[in-house]
Design a protein around this ligand. Structure first.
Ligand code: HEM
Length: 200
């Protein structure tokens, strides 16, 4: 069976390090929010901020990679019909049986709904997480920066809302990624080895 290289070394490194770092942000963030205690509040804040800077570095690097390789085009939305067909697969055909209505290739790695999901993550959730997170971090400099009229409560609320959106994204992303490959965990294996059987 033919094997195609689906993910480069950089993409695999980027995907898994981002996954670990974002999950760390969720764990420490929700501890800061007061949902549970694992590290203790002060240590959770320190870890949250250290991981945030590492993530920022990774994102700047990944953004540069997407722009220079043209891989950003993977996030251009598909037609409404294609998205509806995919929604029908995830909602109905996945249970009743029926093929996946799209063919994964190196040029089109994401199915129509994954494209939309990642577009929303990249243009909406992540920028708001970053802006609210940085505002939160530099709270003591608001006056000097001319942002004195901002309310810390609102920034905290927006940041927390985006943290929940991030959690919803993660669950959805797992559902999308784990249920479309022909072999169990086919896409996870490809994201580790880089290679995928043409039959998924
Ligand atoms: C990757 C996704 C992120 C998630 C899921 C996340 C989640 C959270 C959550 C749930 C809280 C608690 C909010 C509250 O109860 O008021 C929080 C607090 C905070 N986050 Fe994030 N965050 C993320 C990214 C960032 C980034 C990128 C930064 C900064 C560059 C940042 C900086 C902060 C700061 C400064 C706090 C407040 C800490 C304190 O109370 O002293 N976060 N975050």
């Amino acid at each position: 069976m033919a094997r195609v290289q689906m993910y480069t070394r950089f993409e695999r490194l980027w995907h898994w390090s981002q996954a670990i770092l974002v999950i760390s942000m969720l764990i420490t963030g929700f501890e800061i929010h007061g949902l549970y205690t694992i590290f203790g509040f002060e240590q959770a804040v320190d870890l949250h901020i250290i991981v945030a800077w590492i993530l920022l570095g990774l994102w700047v690097f990944a953004m540069f990679w997407h722009l220079t390789t043209g891989e950003w085009k993977q996030y251009i939305p598909s037609s409404a019909n294609k998205m509806m067909a995919m929604a029908r697969y995830y909602g109905v055909d996945i249970i009743l049986g029926g093929g996946v209505p799209y063919k994964k290739t190196r040029q089109q790695k994401l199915n129509p709904l994954e494209r939309m999901e990642l577009l929303l993550l990249n243009v909406l959730i992540l920028p708001i997480v970053w802006i609210s997170g940085l505002l939160y971090l530099f709270y003591t400099s608001w006056e000097a920066l001319g942002l004195g009229s901002l309310s810390l409560g609102t920034v905290a609320l927006v940041h927390t809302a985006m943290a929940f959106a991030m959690l919803v994204f993660l669950v959805n992303h797992l559902y999308f990624g784990l249920t479309t490959s022909k072999k169990p965990l086919g896409y996870v294996k490809a994201l580790i080895t880089g290679y995928e059987d043409e039959k998924g």
